[in-house]
Design a protein around this ligand. Structure first.
Ligand SMILES: C[S@@+](CC[C@H](N)C(=O)[O-])C[C@H]1O[C@@H](n2cnc3c(N)ncnc32)[C@H](O)[C@@H]1O
Length: 429
């Protein structure tokens, strides 16, 4: 069957740029190891190919902030929206330019010295989730007792900065602690959720080891980068345009025809729930206190996962979507969650909502670059890229092309078909 949209091979150009691995050594971008992001170079390559100089960019699903931070570094203002409050803070601390390196150095040295004093244990905080910290009545836990004390020592030092002239360094230090949480825990991120490491109960990390890791990260990564900030770096500070919340609502608050570039990567339709993947950070750093908080956060995420039961949803009138849903429905007996069809329908309804609003907010002739991955459920491939392209066209965008960026083997897939990851290029006409 002839493809409706041109799908061009850009694997050679994009394969090395589409993942966040490249951000690992890039100043500021390296402050938090966000796996699901693209690289700063990916954003730069897009900006370089434009035949106009953008004045206002937007990333409605900004994650760790690669698009707005890169824009800031090359002198472009950029709005960024992110529903996860922890990730929102991760990006905001990276934009901020008024840190004083000398002051930060003093704070780190003081905390380093203070951490030597802690010897006694801590009362566990009043949070509803009960499996984080080692307790005698639990079979499994995520942080051993020594590690738990080490974390609380650091948090106590960070909270001491409240209501002092050094308060502005608190979010920065929280991100430094967050960057090490997985390493010192008994779990690893396995793509969709957190799984226990081998020999998890005996990871050999001491209370002092936790302190040292934190101080080392503050000095070797954060402080080094902060010392690079000069007052007359270009004047743009994208923290002013960074908002926490649901992009489906926040986009409507922008002025019509004010945006002339979009570079974004919405959650993929792969049942990955960011509230789950980043749950350690969300609970330990105080963003969540009750299960109700957690549920509310999940409810405002895009419908790309089945961690909550989505209400019945109408299906968009798109032939290939109707066809693939029918195929998947045949496997109802094998469903590991009954909400799978509602998630798929809801995902594309959400894409329709967002693309409709984005169209209104963009200037004529400006470009949108959307990085997505296709998915596979019960051996039926969902071509997310071509379906989104069709939705974009329904909303009056011109689909310039779909760029194949990488091919991945899907987990649980029995045949040899590879899953495409792409960049959809749109023009507002
Ligand atoms: C693929 S990640 C984006 C990564 C980003 N490009 C980067 O390099 O860091 C998608 C992000 O969308 C966020 N998200 C999910 N639902 C959202 C919503 N309704 N509004 C805003 N952000 C949302 C997720 O929390 C996640 O951080």
């Amino acid at each position: 069957m002839k493809k409706r949209f041109p799908i061009r091979n850009h694997v050679g150009r994009y394969a090395g740029l589409i993942h966040s691995q490249n951000n690992k050594h890039v100043p500021f971008h390296r402050w938090y190891p966000f796996v699901e992001g693209f690289s700063s170079n990916f954003v730069k390559v897009i900006i370089d190919e434009l035949d106009y100089k953008p004045s206002f960019c937007l990333d409605p699903f900004a994650g760790s902030g690669t698009t707005p931070l890169t824009c800031q570094q090359v002198g472009i203002k950029c709005y960024s929206f992110e529903v996860n409050p922890f990730l929102h803070d991760v990006m905001k601390v990276k934009f901020y330019k008024r840190y004083d390196g000398q002051k930060l150095e003093n704070i780190i040295s003081r905390i380093d010295k203070n951490l030597l004093i802690y010897k006694r244990g801590w009362k566990y905080p009043k949070i509803e989730t009960q499996t984080l910290f080692e307790r005698e009545d639990l079979k499994k836990w995520i942080f051993n007792k020594e590690v738990t004390w080490g974390i609380f020592d650091i948090l106590n030092e960070i909270f001491k900065l409240s209501n002092t002239p050094e308060e502005m360094y608190k979010p920065l230090l929280k991100v430094a602690l967050a960057s090490n949480l997985i390493d010192i825990s008994n779990v690893f991120r396995n793509g969709k959720c957190l799984s226990y490491k081998r020999n998890w109960s005996n990871n050999g990390i001491s209370r002092r080891g936790v302190h040292k890791k934190f101080i080392g990260f503050c000095r070797d990564i954060i402080l080094k980068d902060v010392l690079q900030i000069t007052p007359n770096n270009n004047g743009i500070d994208n923290s002013a345009f960074c908002k926490e919340g649901d992009a489906r609502k926040l986009v409507n608050e922008l002025e019509d025809r004010s945006i002339d570039l979009i570079i974004t990567s919405p959650p993929y339709l792969n049942s990955r729930d960011y509230t789950d993947i980043y749950r350690l950070e969300l609970w330990i750093l105080g963003y969540l206190k009750t299960y109700k908080d957690e549920r509310e956060l999940r409810k405002s995420t895009l419908r790309s996962h089945v961690q909550i039961a989505w209400h019945k949803e109408e299906i968009l009138k798109i032939k290939q979507l109707e066809k693939v849903i029918k195929e998947i429905e045949k496997h109802r007996e094998e469903f590991w969650n009954n909400s799978i069809p509602e998630m798929i329908k809801g995902y594309f309804v959400d894409m329709n909502i967002i693309l409709k609003s984005l169209y209104k907010k963009m200037k004529i002739n400006s470009k949108a670059y959307i990085n997505v991955g296709n998915s596979s459920y019960f051996n039926s491939i969902i071509e997310t890229d071509t379906i989104i392209a069709e939705i974009a066209e329904m909303n009056q965008f011109q689909v310039d092309e779909i760029r194949a960026a990488r091919y991945l083997k899907s987990s649980g897939q029995q045949d040899s078909k590879k899953i495409r990851e792409s960049v959809i290029v749109l023009t507002k006409i």
